[in-house]
Unconditional design. Sequence first.
Length: 247
Amino acid sequence: MPLIDLGGEGVLLAGGGRAILLQLADPAIGHAVAEHSSFATDPLRRLRNTLTYVYALVFGTPAQIAKVTAMVHRAHEPVRSAGYDAADTRLQLWVAATLYDTATVLHSRIFGPLTDADADEVYREYAVVGTALGMPPELWPPDRAAFRSYWEHRLTELRVDDAARGVCRQLLHPKTGPLWLRAVMPAAGLVTAGLLPAELRAAYGLPWSARRARRFDRFLRVTAFVYPRLPRGLRHWPKNHYLRVLG
């Protein structure tokens, strides 16, 4: 399965909160986002920008790829906080890693595991998410086993502090934005908490219990039954929409 098949599935949006909170748990990223982000006034912006970036890299024309790459670099230029530099290849690798891991975890829960050949192909192609930011290609771990070692080690380095928890509250409990967004956030918060590693879930102070775990598992079971049976055009609507808006 090439990335172009996996990456267009709209259900991957359900993992957006997980990817963002994993990124914020690196204090360099967390503090930069807390100081410069627009979560409080535009809670959808970071997710919207991330989706546009990934969709353009995977599905876009050369002009669209150039456009989103330039947009990302312009957005990063003024962002400097203690210990943070958007050109830091280590942080670029971490951002790409959170997007890859989240997509594959959620895809596996909804569609079942990929074959080894498909999983290897998707993994190799996902490096573009980081290299488009400026990450050297050789920094992407050479195979899935190497990535798993990198991932497990990286999780031990994460630290959730007050700055990251503050952005988490803005993300999962927005006070602004459309009514539909605020209406779906309880469900989005449940899915985000359920997809996070238990240690990070606790560090962010996200509520969890046996009852919430059952609700989370039931949600994924229902989604895994219903979603793959939807028309492909409906499943890929977010991708098509964001590419149209990008122009």
